[in-house]
Design a protein around this ligand. Structure first.
Ligand code: ADP
Ligand code: MG
Length: 158
């Protein structure tokens, strides 16, 4: 039976499926739920490029993806002092944050090896800083609409 208690994010193109399209969410919970639904459908090897300003909701989205993989979202925090945090769930979840990355180190992160892990899913915050192109990338563009609303554009690039 369909759960009608959870509010669905409004979508511009009326697509029920989560990839691809443009969504407006009205709360962090809705952003989380959208990402969780995507996380539940993953099979491994996907790389999520999370783009958007500070406070756009990249970490909220990453937590939702993790929840969809059976990982406790409370364990998923922005990796401040490490560039990559690894969580074990239904699939491995590599949570990357390039915010503090200096330009000089771009090519030397070992991320290419992570991208090849077909038993893992990667989510990269501040993905604009990424200098290599993973094979199965899904771009998630988050932007501020109002204090409680975000526009989330999802584009799959194969
Ligand atoms: P980022 O990782 O992009 O810097 P965070 O995910 O850490 O951003 O924070 C997003 C902030 O915006 C949180 O404080 C969250 O509560 C707030 N917020 C308000 N509305 C939304 C929404 N619709 N979706 C996601 N976050 C939202
Ligand atoms: Mg963040």
């Amino acid at each position: 039976m369909k759960d009608t208690s959870a509010s669905e994010p409004e979508t511009r193109n009326q697509k029920v499926e989560t990839c691809c399209g443009e969504f407006i969410t009205h709360s962090p919970q809705e952003t989380f739920a959208l990402a969780r639904r995507i996380g539940e459908q993953l099979s491994g090897g996907e790389v999520f490029l999370l783009k958007g300003d500070l406070g756009a909701g990249k970490t909220v989205f990453a937590k939702g993806l993790a929840a969809g993989l059976g990982i406790d979202p409370a364990d998923v925090t922005s990796p401040s002092f490490t560039l990559v945090n690894i969580h074990e769930g239904r699939l491995r979840f590599y949570h990357v944050d390039l915010y503090r990355l200096e330009r000089a180190y771009h090519s030397d992160l070992g991320l290419d090896e992570i991208f090849l892990d077909q038993g893992g899913v990667t989510a990269i915050e501040w993905a604009d800083k990424l200098r290599i192109a993973p094979a199965r990338q899904v771009e998630i563009d988050l932007s501020y609409v109002s204090d409680s609303e975000r526009r989330i554009a999802i584009t799959e690039i194969r």
